[in-house]
Design a protein around this ligand. Structure first.
Ligand code: XIL
Length: 461
């Protein structure tokens, strides 16, 4: 919330609501929370404001609520930057950590864009997630995620390049308590491995190499495996759980806060949650709940990492009934995560219909759009209210009041927690000097693999 007296904001919001004929209940019946709303015109003449933000509602339950973020959008669009800062306690660089951004050519990694995003996060006391370091979207070669110079390497060199990329990124973020969706989309829907450029041996040994490198370079990180279509119990989520369990079973010794500890290669699973209201696009909340429960039972965390709910659109406009269905699905799916212990929170893959990867990719999402909780003028949609209702209904946790270098001293795999003033402290950008004194990285050469690899490493690594 920006600097407007709360009473004025509430009154203007209410007047605006009544003028719009909005009911004083949530879009998805039930919650008694007064709608957080928002004047259609901004109070400062620019961006709509809300009287109770998603990040304020998330504070009570200690859950993470985040959005994908592009620095270029933030630079050119003040409402984008304001809304992201106001509503979320976490941001994820939307494109700044893709391989084509970090390593467009051989040589030092380029961190300028991701640093800009994470410095923005730091200014607003938000967590900054590290996204999709090992990713080759085989169905979208047009995105050019893995640059040609890497594709042209022989398999052994490509494996070395992957380890060096992961190590370089993890050293950059070392000790900041970052959450990484390190490897992304390695499975087809039947649970078999894709022909990713990074998979140089035909088996999943490259993933063990990637997670080991990340853990060694940033022992206190929260390391996730990330995928889409694995939200429900199905053959793909079976494969994800199997991989995640094996990565979790393998440990390496690292030193954290002067103590040597055996840490698992993996902490948890990221469920992307790109869904829609049309038949076949809407996962069953019951099946998602069962999937999250079984992942939790295996000792793993869950993060919803890229949520959006697309609806049919004609000339960019959605039917009001579809917008209501969308709100319900946002709420039902969000509630599944927020009411479960293993699920630490939700990142939305975009906040506004004005800046949407769904409408940017009409070839993939033909006839679909309006997928985000703010409309093209940054007015909150029914989906915003329903997300707020789900956050408000989530069980409260005791707040940790501790401040300081929480990143490295948190227990292994623990979730981001929220300070009393509403700032998440999983992320500790700017405190690296203090952290550097307490985190002693055990070099790759000294690391001892204590876990048992269940699958052979293959020959070219
Ligand atoms: C998307 C971005 O949103 C687009 O801007 C980009 O052109 C392609 O990638 N799964 C992921 C995300 O893990 O990183 C993808 O993001 C969407 C699918």
């Amino acid at each position: 919330m920006r600097n407007h007296p709360a009473g004025v904001v509430a009154a203007l919001g209410l007047v605006a609501l009544l003028a719009l004929g909005a009911p004083l209940s949530t879009a998805h019946g039930g919650s008694a929370r007064p709608l957080p709303h928002a004047s259609p015109a901004s109070l400062d003449g620019r961006c709509p404001a809300t009287d109770e933000t998603l990040r304020q509602l998330a504070e009570r339950s200690g859950k993470l609520i985040g959005t994908a973020y592009r620095s270029s959008y933030g630079d050119e669009d003040p409402c984008y930057a304001d809304t992201a800062a106001r509503e979320f306690n976490s941001i994820t660089p939307e494109i700044a950590t893709f391989t084509n951004a970090l390593a467009p050519e051989p040589g030092p990694l380029r961190f300028d864009d991701v640093d800009e995003v994470c410095q923005t996060a730091d200014r607003h006391r938000q967590i900054c997630q590290v996204h999709d370091i090992v990713w080759d979207p085989v169905d979208h070669p047009e995105w050019g995620i893995v640059p040609e110079w890497i594709r042209a390497l022989d398999p052994a060199a490509r494996r070395r390049e992957m380890v060096s990329l992961v190590t370089g990124v993890a050293r950059h973020f070392r000790g900041r308590g970052a959450v990484y969706t390190l490897a992304n989309e390695v499975f087809r829907s039947d649970g078999t491995l894709t022909d990713s450029t990074w998979n140089t041996t035909g088996d999943d040994s490259y993933l063990f190499d990637a997670y080991r490198a990340a853990r060694l370079a940033d022992p206190s990180a929260v390391l996730l495996y990330n995928d889409y279509g694995a939200e429900e119990v199905n053959p793909k989520s079976d494969a994800v759980l199997d991989l995640a369990t094996r990565l979790h079973d393998e440990t390496v010794e690292v030193e954290i806060d002067g103590r040597t500890v055996a840490k698992p290669l993996l902490d948890g699973v990221g469920l992307q949650m790109h869904v829609g209201t049309d038949p076949g696009l809407a996962p069953s909340p019951e099946s998602v709940a069962a999937n999250i429960a079984r992942i939790g039972k295996a000792g793993l965390l869950v993060y919803v990492t890229e949520m959006d709910v697309r609806v049919p659109v004609v000339d960019g406009r959605a039917d009001p009934a579809a917008i209501a269905r969308q709100a319900r699905l946002y709420q039902d799916l969000a509630a599944v995560c927020l009411n479960s212990t293993p699920c630490r929170g939700i990142t939305l893959w975009g906040l506004t219909d004005a800046r949407s990867w769904i409408t940017d990719n009409p070839g993939t999402f033909s006839g679909q759009g309006s997928a985000h909780p703010f409309d093209t003028s940054y007015r909150p949609k029914a989906a915003y209210d329903s997300l707020g209702a789900a956050l408000q209904a989530a069980p409260a946790v005791r707040q940790e009041a501790t401040t300081g270098s929480a990143g490295p001293s948190r227990p292994p795999g623990s979730p981001p927690t929220i300070e009393r003033d509403g700032a998440p402290f999983g992320w500790t950008w700017g405190r690296t000097a203090a952290i550097g004194a307490t985190v002693v990285l055990v070099g790759v050469g000294l690391a001892v693999v204590t876990g048992r690899r269940r699958r052979a490493t293959g020959g070219d690594g």
